[in-house]
Design a protein. Structure first.
Length: 352
């Protein structure tokens, strides 16, 4: 019997179910609320499906599942699973924890990884659901918050997944899981601490032989608080006399979940080689709507050597020329002058 491997394939969103639904994958996945779901194959035709918040009767207009609660509370809600294709589908339904991908995207743990946070607190009424073609089914679920749950934001999501089989390039049978989902945002009451930190700041200057060069600035932004935060970024490179050049078209910081981080790299162009340069990073945190303490701005800086090669070459040429002239002058002084002929001494002839 051939070994079966499980892969998770990223699927987009249904245009009809765009609001609040996100693709999930083991790889980086940015929220794409207007992208159509990639079709899968089950039965005779392509399968397209989605999941979104709902009441007990029908889907509603909430962008996601967002709650505020106290430790020990129980939340009850519903989700809508829609089959937009013509053939019936059997879909797995499960909840999981969220995390930020390396580029700051929002994603959920793979199906094989056990959740430990809000994904573990959520209990879906069924593990799978059969949805006829062109039909939406409502599925109830609950979230039981532990009595010792920590204050702040907890993030996860509910997933509808379709598992199909295919044959890999090596001839082995492959189980392909295609999934879409909707986000859980849960805020537990208590001491809220919105805070970002800048870590591992690095700066490298790349000079050109003539004129200005560019500085590459790389840093990690980490959410060290307990509230999800985005941010407005500014990166500036300053000379010793205070003039500065800022990075152009620097994107806003993606929303970071607590205990998550993203690595940022940007290039500041048109920087003159002033001997040494200060690379400055400034971030103004942006919190989600709702009452909470104001997060303080964060700053970090690092100094990089920027050698003015043109000036160095000119000074080296001048120095070599001066040294050559001094050597030539010294050599000229050390040469012996012409020897003047001395008169011969007079000799008296003695007469015997």
């Amino acid at each position: 019997m051939k070994r079966i491997w499980r892969h998770t394939v990223l699927s987009g969103l249904l245009a009809a179910l765009a609001v609040g639904v996100f693709p999930t994958s083991a790889h980086a996945a940015q929220p794409a609320p207007s992208a159509p779901a990639a079709p899968a194959q089950q039965g005779k035709g392509p399968a397209t499906f989605g999941v979104r918040p709902a009441t007990a009767e029908k889907p509603d207009n909430r962008p996601n599942f967002s709650y505020s609660a106290t430790p020990g509370a129980v939340i009850k809600d519903h989700l809508a699973v829609a089959n937009i294709s013509n053939d019936p589908l059997t879909l797995k339904i499960y909840a999981s924890d969220a995390f930020n991908t390396p580029d700051g995207g929002y994603d959920l743990l793979d199906a094989g990884r056990k959740p430990t946070d809000v994904g573990a607190w959520a209990k879906i009424a069924v593990e799978s659901v059969e949805v006829p073609g062109r039909t939406t089914k409502i599925v109830p679920f609950s979230i039981t918050i532990p009595a010792d749950a920590t204050p702040g934001d907890h993030a996860g999501g509910v997933v509808a997944a379709l598992v199909t089989e295919a044959t890999g390039s090596d001839g082995q049978r492959v189980a392909v899981e295609q999934r879409v989902g909707s986000r859980f945002y849960l805020r537990i009451s208590g001491d809220l601490k919105p805070k970002l930190a800048i870590e591992d700041l690095e700066s490298k200057y790349r000079a050109s032989l003539f004129g200005s060069g560019e500085t590459t600035v790389t840093y990690t932004v980490r959410n060290v608080g307990n509230v999800r935060l985005g941010g407005k970024q500014k990166v500036t490179v300053e000379t010793p006399w205070g003039s500065g050049t800022s990075a152009e078209n620097l994107a806003d910081l993606p929303e970071l979940l607590p205990n998550n981080a993203v690595r940022i790299t940007t290039t500041v162009k048109g920087v003159i080689p002033a001997g040494w340069l200060d690379s400055l990073v400034h971030i103004d945190p942006v919190a989600p709507p709702g009452p909470q303490p104001q997060a303080e701005a964060v700053d970090a800086s690092v100094t990089v050597i920027a050698v003015p090669w043109l000036l160095v070459i000119i000074l080296a040429v001048v120095l070599l020329l001066v040294l050559f002239l001094l050597w030539r002058r010294k050599r000229k002084r050390s040469r012996p002058g012409p020897v003047e002929p001395q008169p011969l001494p007079e000799v008296e002839n003695a007469v015997a």
